[in-house]
Write a protein that binds this ligand. Structure first.
Ligand code: NAP
Length: 284
């Protein structure tokens, strides 16, 4: 297929890598230029503007950070992008159902939601899963892409429903990790060394399997990782937005506040495991 990938952050780069490895023709664009020289070496073409995609581009994959950035890219001035008159527009970013509904009004059946379950390295290796939602004909047209990954998880014809399913998954991730970070902080304060604690987390039946890949990053003083505190807080905010008014969700609310607080405290671009530093600023 001939595709474009918009956003060369952790996810956009990983998706492009996977597509290039399968010999798809990949055009790339990032707001800040110069972040994907290695992908160009591997055959990607860099665009100077999202409008510059080739006219026979079959799909544009949007992989930017949040709702604002997705709308900036896909709906500048509040209208469908003039340079994308025919392509399917696939939003892989985790955004609110409302944003997808807004974009569907602009792009109609060409709008597909495709949020991703999995880390960037699982995207690059093909182990990640897309939650896909949109018109059957558009989902079918993208099957050469879905085939490069596990799944997909078909949420049906409404793109907003794919977003809801993704947000349910991320609430499990983010709240579960928040609990583990408190386990680590109290263990350390109680004098348990990191090696013993690592052994406990690796072996305890109480440790969610999906969090085990974050154990090294929990103990990394920089919390390098691959999914930032700000993005995690965004997802919990969207999850809270799904709940009917006056529905108390104190656990999720507290977790969201904690991720926001740590992001505001200097850990903005660190991994979500930086929550173990809740009351600490990064060392200069
Ligand atoms: N990382 C993960 O493990 C993971 C897993 C599942 C889902 N996701 C979701 O995937 C999406 C991308 O995540 P990521 O980890 O790739 O984020 P990231 O590494 O922080 O990259 C964010 C990207 O968004 C771009 N961007 C931000 N604001 C923009 C704007 N106003 N206009 C245009 N581009 C803008 C950035 O461009 P600049 O370089 O110019 O700043 C960058 O390319 C997010 O919605 C995230 O929640 C991430």
């Amino acid at each position: 297929m001939k595709v474009a990938v918009i956003g060369m952050g952790n996810m956009g780069r990983a998706l492009s890598e996977r597509l290039l490895a399968a010999d798809h023709a990949v055009q790339i664009w990032n707001r800040t230029p110069g972040k994907a020289a290695d992908l160009i070496t591997r055959g990607a073409t860099e665009l100077s503007s999202p409008d510059d995609i080739d006219s026979d581009t079959e799909a544009v994959f949007i992989c930017t950070a949040d709702d604002r950035s997705v709308l900036d890219v896909a709906a500048p001035e509040g209208v469908a992008r003039a340079g994308w008159p025919h392509s399917i527009v696939a939003v892989t970013s985790t955004v609110s159902p409302q944003t997808l509904t807004q974009l569907r009004e602009l792009y109609g059946d060409r709008l597909v939601a495709a949020p991703i379950l999995g880390a960037p390295r699982a995207v690059a290796s093909g182990e990640a899963t897309f939650v896909i939602g949109g018109a059957a004909v558009a989902l079918e047209a993208l099957s050469p892409v879905w085939q490069l990954f596990a799944g997909p998880f078909n949420a049906g014809t409404d793109p907003a429903r794919a977003s809801v399913i993704k947000l349910l998954n991320n609430q499990l991730l983010m709240t579960g990790l928040a609990v583990v970070t408190e386990t680590v902080r109290v263990a350390r304060a109680a004098g348990i060394d990191d090696e013993t604690l690592t052994t406990l987390l690796q072996n305890s039946a109480m440790m969610p399997a999906g969090l085990r890949n974050r154990i090294p990053s929990l103990f990394d003083p920089q919390h390098a990782g691959w999914f930032t505190t700000r993005l995690g807080a965004k997802d919990l905010g969207h999850f809270l937005g799904l709940a009917p008014e006056n529905t108390p969700l104190p656990v999720t609310q507290a977790a969201r506040d904690a991720y926001l607080s740590v992001a505001d405290n200097g850990w903005d671009s660190a991994d979500i495991t930086a929550l173990v530093e809740l009351d600490q600023r990064p060392q200069a």
